[in-house]
Design a protein around this ligand. Structure first.
Ligand SMILES: [Mg+2]
Length: 228
């Protein structure tokens, strides 16, 4: 159990910490498939979607749209499809433990925020789709601070501390990716927590101790609020 109190500010990573990022990928594939069917009604949206899923499993993320264009001879550039993918309004939902813990933090008025990497428009659309914009007073989309301010840059963590300076005694950061979520946060005095979920690109990653979090959890339900 991890006790949270109103003198602790709790910041979260977004992707694969609060929701399943693979849901975003699937939502984007649907948007791309629908877009192509509209361009050419000989194309079947669900066939295109299934093709993208298979290619993702077989070959990873890098060249899916190139393969799709080649396979179905569609008259667009890969960049067009990247744009459709990035600009679509995603259909997403929070993990159920996220939903419970966010309700608890809101109800108990615990200082709370997000620190998230990724293209800023994409990240804001995810935040809106998940209903988090109104529920987190402090949202730091690192891309808005500059391309060199993505984690593990110290800049977003400094920003978090500046936003709450004098109001709280300690900071927590919860994320899923040991390549970038904990190394700098720990140096800056954040207590770091790694969540290991069933799904996600980093769940099996294990790095040397300086990159790993202070502790690990498997569910956000392990957080409890202590008002004493
Ligand atoms: Mg993440």
């Amino acid at each position: 159990m991890i006790n949270i109190n109103p003198k602790t500010a709790i910041f979260f990573d977004l992707d694969d910490t609060l929701f399943c990022e693979h849901d975003y990928v699937r939502s984007g594939f649907h948007a791309v498939a629908d877009y192509l069917q509209k361009i050419d009604n000989q194309l079947d949206s669900s066939t295109l979607y299934e093709y993208m899923l298979e290619d993702w499993v077989k070959n990873g993320r890098g060249k899916i749209f190139n393969h799709l264009i080649e396979e179905f001879s569609v008259p667009v550039e890969p960049m067009n499809l990247v744009q459709v993918y990035r600009e679509h309004t995603p259909q997403l939902s929070l993990y159920s433990d996220t939903d419970r813990v966010v309700k608890l933090l809101v109800e108990k008025d615990i200082p709370r925020g997000l620190i998230t990497d990724g293209e800023k428009g994409v990240q804001w659309r995810k935040i809106e789709a998940l209903g988090l914009k109104q529920r987190f007073p402090y949202i730091i989309v690192t891309d808005e601070l500059g391309k060199d301010c993505w984690k593990p840059s110290a800049v977003p963590f400094e920003r978090a501390k500046d936003l709450l300076r004098g109001e709280v005694q300690s900071f927590i950061y919860i994320g899923d990716n040991p390549h970038k979520d904990f190394f700098t946060a720990k140096k800056m005095g954040f207590h770091t927590i790694r969540i290991i979920r069933k799904t996600g690109d980093h769940m099996l990653t294990r790095l040397s101790p300086e990159y790993e979090a202070d502790e690990m959890i498997e569910s956000l339900d392990e957080l409890t609020v202590n008002l004493d």
